[in-house]
Design a protein around this ligand. Structure first.
Ligand code: PLP
Length: 224
């Protein structure tokens, strides 16, 4: 079996310039994250608050942690000291709570707006209409002094139909551009499109992804 370092090098070599890799380390032990760190990886993605809070203090401080899972309101406070980017903001209420908790410890936090474009109902995120309405109402840009809204995140449907996946990524890209040219046209931060996982990141990159979130292709399969 290839090592984590070899897997990482293979992915990184294929990434076009300007696309950053978030190594999705959920369910993998800190030793494996340390291996990826030693190979040069600095962006890591976790999807459960408790796991992030347990792992972060055991690893070097220059890791940038991306939170990528559904974030319960009562977990925002616990991740706030560790997280660099909360990629999974799926409601205005959550955004406001993140502002409040960031202000409480006097820090700034970057976030992405998660869009729901997949067929599965279980996935979370704003619908396209919801995010555009919230933007129109100023709810994504006003009164958020401790939050930098840096773009959009999405997951495509879990399917082998790559045309379906491509249509979804295209919708995400168009929605991102509508926001970028609209509510966020004065923002210097709104530059990121996070989409693409182990099985579909090459499609995502074609549709303009600037961040890809890859777990299995680096760390192997997860034992849930
Ligand atoms: C687990 C996860 C990934 C990585 O998935 P792989 O198929 O293992 O690459 C990416 N994004 C999110 C939101 C995830 O939960």
């Amino acid at each position: 079996m290839p090592s984590i370092q070899e897997n990482l090098e293979k992915v990184v070599a294929l990434l076009p310039e300007g696309v950053q890799l978030v190594a999705v380390s959920k369910f993998h032990p800190v030793e494996e994250l340390a291996e990826a760190y030693a190979a040069g990886q600095r962006l890591f993605g976790e999807n459960r608050a408790q796991e992030l809070v347990a792992k972060a203090p055991q690893l070097p401080a220059d890791i940038r942690w991306h939170f990528i899972g559904h974030l319960q309101k009562n977990k925002v406070r616990s991740i706030m000291p560790y997280v660099t980017v909360i990629e999974s903001v799926d409601s205005v209420q959550l955004l406001q709570l993140i502002e409040k908790e960031a202000a409480r410890i006097d820090r700034n936090v970057e976030v992405l707006l998660q869009l729901h474009v997949a067929q599965e109902e279980t996935k979370s995120g704003f619908s396209v209409d919801e995010v555009l309405e919230a933007a129109e109402a100023g709810l994504l840009t006003e009164n958020l002094p401790h939050v930098r809204v840096c773009g959009v995140m999405a997951m495509a449907s879990l399917t082998d139909d790559m045309e379906q996946v491509a249509r979804e990524f295209d919708l995400v890209r168009r929605t991102y551009l509508t926001l970028k040219d609209g509510a966020f046209d004065e923002s210097e931060d709104f530059n990121h499109l996070s989409m693409g996982m182990s099985d579909d990141w090459q499609v995502a990159v074609k549709y303009g992804a600037t961040l890809v979130r890859i777990g299995t292709a680096i760390f192997g399969s997860r034992n849930y």
